[in-house]
Design a protein around this ligand. Structure first.
Ligand code: SAH
Length: 490
């Protein structure tokens, strides 16, 4: 089928891209079509064609997908933060499971991986009366191939208002009125929003109070184009298990005039614990500057993940979905199978969240992280919790681990890795293989690089035994995965 720009065609949407575009095929040629949902039959208009794939726009939905829902948020399309708001949450979870599965099979070469619930069916005919010997044969054990059935993804009971942190830009509308909201997808124009359904309810009232303060005291919002005006962003955080609230205004100036009015307005809000401002006078997209001035409270809020307590300042890194984070760490802990005797290395440890979670069940935990401030937080948090068997190193995992191994012959029963999207460095993986821990627990935010690294470890004496997805970011294409790799003894 020869198609030119603006030609119309009909296509069934079979899959979704990570960015939330629908994917359909005509004569084997792949189309990416925004605003469609897996299962839709649509009429689409050609926008741009490349050799192997093209982009088209939605003209009309001919037959809506059974998974199609009405986005709850009125600005879902413009904001672009939630690319999957038109697809049911349940179907999103299936999509995420399949994404992990496809990557681990295609890139990771795990041919014996099965989707949750498909451990036996897909390898052959399954019968009701199948027992022991027979089922093992079908599941491939006799031919030497183990079947690994993924465990069902851990979703949220209620995938709304799960974020404990939000950053709202301030600006003016055409009439000069002070507004706040979100940047429209990939742009810097502010879409005015009263509320974000992923954020906490308190955001609305806090933002209203900040605007009231600005209007009363004649404080201007920042203007990116002219690099003038004062208030750039409001950073709001909430400790979900303590109810404590933090507000930090990011300003383009040395000080915040009439700041006591702001404090007066905000401290009335139940839970308000910390109010501060942060100075950022650079022409930059980076939200926070380096200096924080405290206005009210201790300068931090407190929160718990499981039993571990954290002090969170405006600049601290902290997981944004603490409920699912706890489940993620519990899965990692379960996979690590600690008895109290183990030495554990936690690579890419951030503020030591996983390290501290594991420390109570291990003999000793070593954390490695590249950002010095994060390690400072990790040490503070260890002390705060009276955890004495965790030790932290600042540096690259691929440098600290080999150095420690070569110099001090350090040992590990379990190595946990939680790298950024690009995955682990080869030197890091090679050192892990040399150290030969019984188990590697790989926590990943990108199943494609996870699959690449898993393949590398599988070729060097490890085999995947367990895989489980955890959804931390409902309505987006992101998914976390925990994988357990076991050393093969022979
Ligand atoms: N495990 C932590 C953080 C994981 S995010 C948690 O659950 O909170 C990945 C972390 O890896 C980030 O903190 C990042 O700063 C760090 N990092 C990135 N490259 C690194 C490297 N080469 N060596 C060590 N840490 C690195």
């Amino acid at each position: 089928m020869e198609l030119k720009k603006n030609d119309r065609f009909t296509v069934r949407i079979e899959d979704m891209s990570d960015e939330g575009a629908g994917i359909g095929k005509t004569d084997g040629y792949t189309w990416f079509i925004k605003d469609t949902v897996m299962g839709d039959l649509v009429e689409a208009g050609v926008m741009k064609q490349k050799k192997n794939y093209g982009f088209a726009r939605l003209v009309k939905v001919i037959e809506p997908s059974p998974y199609r829902i009405t986005p709850r948020c009125p600005v879902a399309r413009a904001c672009g933060g939630c690319q999957f708001q038109a697809m049911s949450y349940d179907q999103q979870l299936r999509f995420k499971e399949r994404k992990i599965y496809n990557n681990l099979r295609r890139i990771g070469g795990l041919e014996n991986l099965r989707l949750p619930g498909e451990g036996i069916q897909s390898t052959g005919e399954k019968t009701q009366e199948m027992t022991g010997e027979k089922s093992r044969e079908i599941s491939g054990e006799k031919s030497g191939q183990r079947i690994i059935e993924m465990e069902p993804i851990i979703g949220m009971e209620n995938p709304w208002r799960y974020r404990n942190k939000a950053q709202f830009p301030f600006g003016r509308d055409k009439n000069g009125r002070i507004i706040y909201g979100f940047y429209a997808g990939r742009t810097h124009s502010i879409i005015e929003t009263q509320d974000c359904l992923l954020g906490v309810e308190e955001n609305q009232i806090i933002l209203k109070k900040i605007r009231e303060y600005m209007e009363k005291e004649g404080i201007s919002p920042y203007d990116e184009n002219t690099h003038t005006g004062l208030v750039r962003h409001a950073l709001i955080r909430k400790g979900f298990s303590t109810g404590e609230l933090m507000v930090c205004l990011v300003i383009n100036g040395e000080s915040l005039p009439k700041s006591q009015t702001l404090v007066h307005y905000l401290k009335e809000i139940p839970g308000m614990t910390s109010i501060s401002y942060n100075i950022n006078q650079e022409k930059t997209n980076v939200i926070l500057g380096s200096r924080v001035v405290n206005l009210y409270g201790p300068g931090y809020i407190t929160d718990y993940i499981g039993e571990v307590k954290y002090q969170i300042s405006p600049q601290s890194f902290y997981q944004v979905n603490p409920v699912q984070t706890k489940r993620l760490y519990e899965t990692a802990l379960e996979y690590a199978g600690l008895t109290g005797k183990e030495t554990v290395w936690d690579l890419y440890c951030g503020i030591g969240t996983i390290s501290l979670f594991l420390a109570r069940q291990a003999k000793k935990v070593y954390g490695v992280e590249i950002v010095p401030a994060a390690i400072e937080d990790a040490r503070t948090n260890a002390a705060l919790n009276g955890i004495e068997n965790a030790e932290f190193f600042v540096g690259k995992a691929e440098e600290v681990l080999p150095e420690q191994y070569e110099k001090n012959q350090v040992y590990a029963d379990v190595i946990v890795v939680d790298p950024p999207r690009k995955g682990c460095d080869k030197v890091c993986l090679d050192t892990i293989v040399k150290m030969g821990p019984e188990k590697v627990v790989y926590v990943s935010c990108d199943s494609a690089t996870l699959a690449r690294d898993v393949k590398y470890l599988e070729e060097r004496g490890y085999e995947v035994t367990r895989v489980r997805g955890v959804d931390q970011f409902g309505w987006s294409g992101h998914v976390e995965v925990v994988t357990c790799l076991q050393r093969v003894n022979s």
